[in-house]
Ligand binder design. Structure first.
Ligand SMILES: Cc1cc2nc3c(=O)[nH]c(=O)nc-3n(C[C@H](O)[C@H](O)[C@H](O)COP(=O)(O)O)c2cc1C
Ligand code: SF4
Length: 469
């Protein structure tokens, strides 16, 4: 059999595995374009609302073969291994669980009968992929629901599967997928303890004698270390942690653990078809927003208005591109709407978004000005009294993408025009430019004064006429 530690945990850059499941199982929706949903018994699944057809013997034969064919394709496609999904309401564990298996034939009733289908699948898969390919199985350690598989049941099932000698590893979860409530045990959200189900994995690890993986709110490296050092699991999955920051391992290897973008458990990533992340806007949009920020061809000076998550992210990316960035925030602290959003204890982890962004912007050298309302008057004040800031910043990003943050946007466009006018003027020459609003007229005077004062202009502005509207 394959060496699971070398393959799944190896250092090579191309270690990949995939999870074969059975998408037409009871947990399919009737509108998803799949064949009709099937189950060991016609028990409706509340989460997906399907009424499954009871699997007949000819169904079992073709489905078992389909598992094997899928595994073979995975191998032929160059993958290193597979994990067979037998948890959270997939077909194999539907046979295992008394909640969903009411059969009276050789696939129902006793544990031995309920295990039969899973054994058939495993045998077919191993036959198709051979012994030198990693095959694991994802199993429940406790379904955590009335009438479902108990911890003792799960230890028995896991032990039976491991004893076949056909598995390289088991991946243990807690929960089932029958309802959204139960699925929330499998993918626990913020407010739920970190690594809460580790003892469930440990109970199985103690018995099975093959490596055990576990995933569920192992959101950061300290929790991962605790899981491994404490003997709860041989390897941990960090699914959402990698959705929030796909470069966890690279940062760890580079000695930059403190720069890992933390997953805050909001589970926006699992709330829709696309895997988007509440914290990381690049996730799921890599084609247009790369995860790794590359340097800009030319360096600019950027003012970001607003120190909420969007403004901070804009400042972070601009700074990472090499621009000189100043961020203006009206309040006395960073965070914007995240401050009230993270106020209750259950939601407190969301504050991690702001902590990380504040830390990153600091690391990247962003100048942060708190208590700085970027409306007209403050913009004017910036122009008049802080010419270093006003005249040297040539671009503005509005974190909320709202036009009415403004004073600064007008300021910028006017700055550009004034700079062009002034740059081409001879010393002492009088010039003029046109303003599009009374606001620009006021700002223009201030700018001109500052420009001359700062020695950036060779001429000076004589008049700023208000363009007829
Ligand atoms: C967007 C998303 C998609 C997932 N898809 C699968 C899947 O196809 N198969 C599976 O076994 N688990 C799937 N999971 C569950 C994860 O494998 C994992 O068990 C769960 O997210 C808890 O681990 P975490 O706290 O590290 O995210 C998915 C989770 C998320 C967030
Ligand atoms: S949306 Fe992002 S931060 Fe929230 S749980 Fe998913 S990966 Fe973590």
């Amino acid at each position: 059999m394959g060496d699971v530690r070398a393959t799944v945990g190896g250092k090579g850059p191309e270690r990949q595995a995939v999870t074969p499941t059975w998408a037409a199982a009871r947990s399919a929706t009737s509108t998803s374009g799949c064949p009709p949903a099937l189950g060991p018994s016609p028990v409706r699944e509340r989460a997906h609302r399907s009424f499954p057809k009871e699997i007949e013997h000819f169904d079992i034969d073709r489905i078992v073969k389909a598992y094997g064919a899928a595994a073979r394709r995975a191998r032929e496609g160059g993958l290193d291994g597979i994990e067979i999904a037998a948890m959270a309401g997939h077909l194999i564990d539907q046979f295992w669980s008394p909640r969903t298996n009411h059969r009276t034939d050789e696939f129902g009733g006793t544990l031995e009968n309920r295990l039969r289908f899973g054994h058939m699948v495993l045998e077919e898969v191993r036959k198709e992929v051979g012994d030198d390919f990693v095959v694991g199985m994802r199993v429940p350690g406790d379904e955590g629901a009335a009438g479902g598989l108990t911890p003792a049941d799960c230890v028995g099932i896991a032990t039976a599967m491991a004893r076949t000698g056909k598995l390289d590893f088991l991946s243990v979860i807690y929960g089932s997928g029958n309802t959204d409530r139960e699925l929330a045990d499998v993918i626990p959200v913020y407010g739920r303890p970190l690594g809460a189900h580790l003892p469930v994995a440990a109970a199985i690890r103690k018995e099975v004698g093959i490596p055990v993986f576990h995933a569920a709110r192992i959101a950061d490296l300290p929790t991962a270390r605790h899981a491994i050092d404490g003997g709860y699991a041989d390897m941990v999955g960090m699914t959402r942690a990698h959705i929030a920051d796909p470069h966890i391992v690279a940062k760890l290897l580079a000695g930059q653990e403190e720069r890992i973008r933390p997953c805050v458990g909001a589970t926006y990533c699992a709330s829709r078809v696309e895997t988007f992340c509440l914290h990381n806007p690049a996730t799921g949009r890599e084609a247009v927003i790369p995860q790794l920020v590359s340097p800009a061809p030319t360096t600019k000076r950027v003012v970001v208005v607003g120190g909420g998550p969007a403004g901070l992210e804009a400042a972070r990316v601009c700074a990472a591109r090499g621009h000189h960035v100043a961020l203006l925030e009206a309040a006395d602290r960073l965070g914007g709407q995240m401050i009230p959003a993270a106020r209750t204890p259950r939601h407190a982890e969301k504050a991690g978004i702001i902590h990380w962004l504040a830390q990153e912007t600091k690391h990247l050298g962003v100048t942060v000005r708190l208590n700085c309302l970027a409306e007209l008057l403050s913009a004017l004040a910036v122009v008049q009294f802080q010419d270093d800031l006003a005249l040297q910043h040539e671009a503005v990003v509005d974190g909320r993408r709202r036009v009415h943050t403004v004073g600064l946007q007008w300021l910028v466009s006017l700055t550009d025009r004034l700079r062009d006018t002034l740059a081409t003027a001879s010393p002492g020459e009088r010039g003029s430019t046109t303003c599009h609003s009374a606001v620009e007229q006021v700002l223009g005077h201030a700018l001109a004064a500052c420009a001359v004062h700062a020695g950036q202009a060779r001429g000076h502005i004589q008049s700023l006429r208000l363009k007829a509207q």
